[in-house]
Design a protein around this ligand. Structure first.
Ligand code: DGL
Length: 266
């Protein structure tokens, strides 16, 4: 019988749950550990060197303690700066989350694409390189948001955020120079948590591109085939603040009982 697979899904907070849910749907047999470094949220406000050092140390500790088979960095802000160092240090497979600029530009009919991410992701050389390599004939507008990830966390935790505040963050994505933006890349894993609001508030209909399904496909490709026996794996979560939001985790099928309230040393 194939040994059980353990997948570690990592983010600064709740955003990685948008990636987690796709992977769980694709591989329900695997054991999952969701890790949120919420003690350091938001990653978008952290200096690059400090962020790389923190993520490498935290992931290293988790690899030693939990022995995952595969790690998903479900965070654009971390992936676009820390992936090379993680891959250099550790030999297990890493799947990152980076702005989906290539598929967005390949599918845009108006050739007007916007990339909405944290200010850090938008400023990264990694993101600029994706545009140089894959924008083709598209005009790409970069929109860095200071507050949208925190708005997503607040909404999920039951604290409503006003429409005007959300619209203020997404409005610069909608450009009209005779041709209108038709595709907005959601380059932060928190943003799909707000997808219904984004659809309600969009000035005109666009395709909001969520990379989670593509990430789930990549994970399925990397894991050995699922065992033939019908089994559902375990679902656990660690929040570095030591305060896992049990009600939110329950919405994602992670039972409060299964939540570990430990704080990994970082
Ligand atoms: N979820 C993270 C991302 O995909 C960012 C949120 C933060 O700033 O911590 O970029």
């Amino acid at each position: 019988m194939e040994p059980r697979k353990t997948v570690l899904v990592f983010d600064s907070g709740l955003g990685g749950l948008t990636v987690y849910r796709e992977i769980v749907a694709a591989r329900p047999d695997a054991d999952f550990l969701y890790v949120a470094d919420d003690a350091a949220f938001p990653y978008g406000a952290m200096a690059e060197r400090a962020l790389v050092a923190r993520v490498v140390e935290l992931i290293g500790g988790l690899i030693d303690a939990r022995r995952p088979d595969l790690v998903v960095i479900a965070c654009n802000t971390a992936s676009t700066i820390a992936l090379p160092e993680l891959r250099r240090r550790f030999s297990l497979p890493f799947v990152g989350t980076v702005p989906a600029i290539k598929p967005a530009c390949a599918s845009s009919l108006t050739r007007r694409v916007s990339v909405l991410g944290t200010e850090a992701t938008i400023a990264r050389e990694y993101t600029r390189a994706l545009i140089r390599d894959f924008a083709q004939s598209c005009r790409v507008t970069l929109v860095g948001s200071k507050r949208l990830a925190a708005f997503a966390e607040a909404e999920l935790a039951g604290t409503p955020v006003a429409d005007a505040a959300i619209l203020g963050e997404i409005a610069p994505c909608f450009c009209d120079d005779g041709e209108r933006t038709d595709t907005v890349v959601l380059a932060c894993t928190h943003y799909p948590l707000l997808i219904e609001r984004l659809r309600r508030l969009e000035p005109w209909p666009v395709n909001f591109l969520d990379p989670a399904p593509a990430i789930a496909r990549r994970v399925v490709d990397l894991l050995a085939p699922a065992p033939l026996i019908d089994r559902t794996g375990s679902r656990r979560a660690i929040f570095t603040s030591g305060r896992p939001p049990a009600a939110v985790l329950a919405q994602f099928g992670i039972s409060a009982e299964a939540v570990a309230t430990e704080t990994p040393a970082v």
